[in-house]
Design a protein around this ligand. Structure first.
Ligand code: MN
Length: 255
C-alpha cells in the first residue's frame, strides 16, 4: 500500500493501561494509530456491546505517546471501542488489542475482552490480532511490543483468511522463541466465596482456580515454556464433521 497503514489499537484494561500504551507506540513504527479504549477496566466482559444507552467518545491526552498516535476513551465495552474506532474514526487496515495484563489462553478466550476486540475487527472484515502478557511483578511489555510490531507488519502485508483471527500470548521475561500453537483446554474452575457485609447480608466474590493444560502443542504449553504463542482461530463455530451425526439423531417435528 502506498499510504501509511492505519492501525486501531483497543483493549479491555482501560485507556490508562501501560499495556495499550506500549502496543500503540510499537504500532506507530509501522503506521498511524488510533488508540480507542474503555474509560475504566473492562476485563472479563467478553464480546458485550452497549445498545440501551448512548456512547461517548472523548479525545484523551496520555503521557509518552508517539506523535502519530491519537487516543480516545469510550464509556463502553472493549467491543464498543472497536465499533466506534472503525465506524466513527475511519476504517483501519488492522485492529490490534492489548497488550493485556495477564494471559488469554485456552477457554479464557470465551470471556476475554481483549480477544473480543479482535473478534469484532474480524467480523468487520479487518485483519485482527489479540496480544496478552503473562502475569509477573514488573509486567514488562517491551519484548512483547516489539514483536507485536513485527507480526502486525506481516499481517498487514499478507492479510488473514476470512473469519480468521490471531491470538498471541507473550511469556514472562525475554521470549526464547515463537511457537505457532493450538488453542488449549486451559480454563478456570469457578469458585464463589461467600462473605458477610457489616449489616450481616451475604455478598459473593466469583473467582477461579486455573487448570493445567498438558497438551504439548497448546498455547498454554508454549507460554509456560517461555515462548511466544501465536494461535490462529476460526470464528466459524460449526462442527462440520459432526453435522451428519446430528442430522441422524435429530427427531422430526412430527411423527
Ligand atoms: Mn484485561
Amino acid at each position: 500500500m502506498n499510504r501509511k497503514p492505519l492501525i486501531l489499537v483497543c483493549n479491555d484494561d482501560g485507556v490508562y493501561s501501560p499495556g495499550i500504551k506500549a502496543l500503540a507506540n510499537a504500532m506507530s513504527t509501522i503506521g498511524n494509530v488510533h488508540l480507542v479504549a474503555p474509560d475504566i477496566e473492562q476485563s472479563g466482559v467478553g464480546h458485550g456491546i452497549t445498545i440501551r444507552r448512548p456512547l461517548r467518545m472523548h479525545p484523551t491526552k496520555l503521557n509518552h505517546l508517539e506523535k502519530n498516535v491519537t487516543a480516545y476513551r469510550v464509556d463502553g465495552t472493549p467491543t464498543d471501542c472497536v465499533v466506534m474506532g472503525v465506524q466513527v474514526l475511519g476504517r483501519p487496515d488492522l485492529v490490534v488489542s492489548g497488550i493485556n495484563f495477564g494471559p488469554n489462553l485456552g477457554f479464557d478466550l470465551t470471556h476475554s475482552g481483549t480477544f473480543a476486540c479482535a473478534i469484532e475487527g474480524t467480523h468487520l472484515g479487518i485483519p485482527s490480532i489479540a496480544f496478552s502478557l503473562g502475569f509477573s511483578d514488573d509486567m514488562d511489555f517491551t519484548h512483547g511490543a516489539s514483536y507485536a510490531a513485527k507480526l502486525a507488519a506481516r499481517v498487514i502485508a499478507h492479510g488473514l483468511p476470512r473469519l480468521t483471527v490471531l491470538n498471541v500470548n507473550f511469556p514472562v521475561g525475554k521470549p526464547k522463541g515463537v511457537r505457532v500453537t493450538v488453542q488449549g483446554t486451559h480454563h478456570y474452575e469457578d469458585n464463589v466465596e461467600k462473605r458477610l457485609d457489616p449489616a450481616g447480608q451475604p455478598y459473593y466474590w466469583v473467582g477461579g482456580t486455573p487448570s493445567v493444560d498438558e497438551e504439548p502443542s497448546s498455547d498454554y504449553a508454549a507460554v509456560y515454556s517461555g515462548f511466544v504463542s501465536v494461535t490462529p482461530l476460526l470464528l466459524d463455530f460449526t462442527h462440520r464433521t459432526y453435522l451428519e451425526t446430528v442430522r441422524e439423531f435429530t427427531p422430526p417435528l412430527e411423527g
